[in-house]
Ligand binder design. Structure first.
Ligand code: PMP
Length: 293
């Protein structure tokens, strides 16, 4: 981003992106000990800011990280980050790390958490993703289970997902389906999964091993608005293979059609009708919904 000299928020101050550095002794760096959010800014409105901040608080509670900032303070810092950078459309990365400590695993040595906000220009996915749809493959790397590292926590430890992403890349695909320990579909490496069958929407329950996606939640609302029935239920690879339509949801991806799964063409191999309806409704919603910066 050569033409965009970004200011990064670090613990209450804005610094030039070249000087935006944290200590190598931060446990976020040493151990992935921390949490984050990825948030979108549309036309000067932050989409579902309160929902993102609530999920951040849930993640913090789950990892026993006490945040010394109120939700309102964090919200203001997020808005300020957008204003300082003159952004009206963008992607906001909010990071809370455990903080600087000693080399031991224990977070007890970390004095205070660090709050970092990067408000960047949005790097959109290629248009073909939306017009032609994605080809996705199931990989061998299983999604971590709730008894190990609960996938509902949006933690800085993304190695599980990165391994799946690498595996997909080696197989010639950009995105992967990850299964849970029981063999049910959990999610993709950075997106939730929906299928369409007999005119209804289906998505795995969060308990199958996925993030409580904010875009997923928005699709729940959209399904109501469109009068589409939505069922949360365990899905197998077979359910995906025989689905009429399939799409992925995420803050960066928004709603992306899937047209091939494990070599099987989905529907007629083109993005489906209901997928289009959901995507259009999503686009209509994000342009008006949200918190004014
Ligand atoms: N699953 C994972 C593993 C993710 O990292 C994300 C966020 N990119 C999602 C699902 C989608 O969540 P959201 O809609 O809140 O961005």
């Amino acid at each position: 981003t050569a033409f965009f000299a970004m200011k990064v928020y670090i613990n209450g101050e804005f610094v030039d992106q070249a000087d935006a550095k944290v200590s190598v002794f931060d446990h976020g760096f040493l151990y992935g000990d921390g949490i984050f959010e990825g948030i979108r800014l549309y036309n000067g409105n932050i989409f579902k800011l309160d929902e993102h901040l609530e999920r951040l608080e849930f993640s913090a509670r789950a990892i026993m990280l006490t945040m010394p900032w109120s939700r309102a303070e964090i919200a203001e810092a997020v808005c300020e980050s957008c204003r300082v950078n003159g952004l009206t459309n963008g992607y906001i990365r909010l990071i809370v790390s455990r903080g600087v400590g000693s080399l031991g695993l224990s977070p007890k040595s970390c004095e205070r958490p660090q709050l970092i906000i990067i408000a960047d220009q949005i790097q959109l996915y290629p248009k073909e993703f939306y017009t032609e749809g994605l080809k996705v493959i199931t990989v061998a790397t299983r999604r971590l289970g709730p008894a190990a590292l609960p996938p509902m926590i949006k933690s800085l430890n993304y190695l599980n997902n990165i391994l799946a992403k690498i595996e997909a890349g080696h197989l010639g695909y950009v995105e992967a389906f990850m299964l849970n320990d029981q063999g049910y579909v959990a999610e993709c490496t950075g997106d939730n999964v929906f299928i369409v069958q007999h005119g209804k929407l289906f998505t795995p329950p969060v308990s199958s091993g996925s993030l409580t996606g904010i875009t997923r939640q928005a699709v729940f609302e959209i399904s109501q608005e469109l009068g589409l029935q939505l069922v949360e239920t365990n899905l197998t690879r077979y359910d995906l293979w025989i689905s009429k339509e399939c799409f992925l949801t995420g803050t960066a991806a928004e709603v992306v059609p899937v047209v091939e799964i494990d070599g099987r063409e989905i529907g007629d191999g083109k993005p489906g009708e209901i997928t289009h309806q959901v995507l259009n409704a999503f686009k209509a919603r994000v342009s008006v919904d949200g918190t004014k910066i």
